[in-house]
Design a protein around this ligand. Structure first.
Ligand code: FMN
Length: 403
């Protein structure tokens, strides 16, 4: 089943069921995409995935999650964007740009006062992230427009579609969460109101782009946070977005305060797919093309998940940074199951404090190698990655998000 093509309702076809999930590459310079980024996607497209999703591209300068994010607000970088789209679409690959605004998950060196639906501070991020201020209603409307504009520019550059990042605690996910969204205007309160930001972004994009352009969503199955966005809310969002005609939904979970997307429980990890049970519940209410992401490593687990009939694509992130041709290897029968152990320095004080940052940085370093035309290095020293980050970005580098 992994190699069965899939045709979306708007006519675009993915040649197989491998969906390379978004990983922020940190390969932009001054907000703009670079040649290194283009080379990375050239390699991935040649590796055989049916769908490639870019790392999050930010819709506004005040919404960056990390220092070297791409920010796309105008057509100044259209040449490089076109080269990026061309490279990523080679070999009959669909290339989707993930579009995002970090909201309150923006480090203080980038956003002295980040914005959010309500002024609710993140817990445990004092050193790196400042408490947010509440967005005014007019600013919310303006941000809806920013998402639409970025999607329009992605289409102009030749991308196959966009994925709205509604997961992992970023701005859209902050609106969805009753913990983070305490508003009592039309943007907060009931789930219908909390969903409004997402719905308006989706509808605005759909109206601004051609009917063939894919518009999808990444959504949390839950935030795994007391009083937060839970599974019932999430299933209702799937239902609503399906009714509105969204082209696909990718399921993940967690946020900065509770990073389930990277670190599932031991029991879940063994079963590989972190969010499989959720897929069954979502499929019961909707036929929208579904992807689940988090933990897939063995060919057997991927096949089993597809055969369950509850999902349509296998979302994979970290393994692609170590093995860009993972789909081709499976097709050729040469795949040896990849393991992705936690990246650790071995010094508990360091690992406990910045373990997730180190994990992200280590994979970003692998993507940087591929972008330079080199091979990934599974033996890369975590210390080397850490020191390089500190050298280049100072303390600010340690606040790199988890996307
Ligand atoms: C280095 C790195 C960067 C990431 N950046 C993003 C991102 O930009 N957007 C996003 O939705 N998820 C991002 N993620 C999360 C992945 O898409 C995925 O949900 C997570 O890694 C679990 O999948 P895996 O077990 O196959 O790696 C990132 C993960 C890593 C390791």
């Amino acid at each position: 089943m992994l190699f069965q093509p899939f045709t979306f309702k708007n006519g675009q076809t993915a040649k197989n069921r491998f969906f390379k999930s978004a990983m922020e590459e940190q390969l932009a310079k001054h907000n703009r995409p670079t040649e290194q980024l283009v080379r990375l996607y050239d390699t991935w497209a040649k590796g055989g995935a049916g769908v490639l999703v870019t790392g999050n591209v930010m819709v506004a300068d005040n919404g960056k999650g990390s220092i070297n994010d791409v920010v796309l607000t105008d057509d100044r970088s259209m040449d490089t964007l076109k080269a990026w789209a061309k490279a990523g679409k080679q070999n009959d690959t669909l290339l989707i740009m993930q579009i995002n605004h970090a909201g309150k998950q923006s480090p203080k060196v980038l956003s002295p006062t980040p914005v959010a639906p309500s002024a609710v501070a993140l817990q445990g991020m004092d050193g790196f992230i400042n408490p947010p201020r509440e967005l005014a209603a007019g600013e919310i409307e303006e941000l809806v427009g920013r998402f639409i504009e970025t999607a329009r520019l992605a289409e102009q550059a030749g991308f196959s579609g966009v994925q709205i990042h509604g997961a992992h605690g970023y701005l859209i996910s902050q609106f969805l969460s009753p913990h983070h969204n305490r508003r009592n205007d039309k943007w907060g309160g009931s789930l219908e109101n909390r969903m409004r930001f997402l719905v308006e972004i989706y509808q605005g994009i759909r109206a601004a782009v051609g009917s063939e352009f894919l518009v999808g969503l990444k959504l949390n199955s839950a935030d795994f946070q007391k009083g937060g966005f839970d599974e019932n809310d999430s299933i209702r969002v799937v239902q609503k977005m399906s009714e509105l005609g969204i082209d696909f939904i990718e399921i993940s979970g967690g946020n900065y305060e509770s990073p389930e997307m990277l670190t599932a429980k031991e029991s879940t990890k063994k079963r590989e797919a972190f969010f499989l049970d959720y897929a069954e519940k979502a499929r019961a209410v909707s036929q929208v093309p579904l992807i689940i992401t988090g933990g897939f490593r063995s060919e057997a687990a991927m096949n089993e998940a597809l055969q369950s009939g509850h999902l349509d694509f296998i979302g994979i992130a970290r393994p692609f940074a170590l093995m860009p041709d993972l789909p081709d290897k499976i097709r050729q029968g040469t795949y040896q199951t990849i393991t992705t152990n936690r990246i650790k320095t071995g010094v508990a004080a360091v690992d406990n404090k910045i373990g997730a940052v180190l994990e992200m940085d280590w994979y970003m370093a692998q993507m940087a190698l591929i972008g330079k035309g080199k091979q990934p290095n599974p033996n890369l020293s975590p210390w080397k990655v850490l020191l390089k980050n500190l050298w280049e970005n100072g303390k600010a580098g340690l606040s790199t998000g988890r996307s």
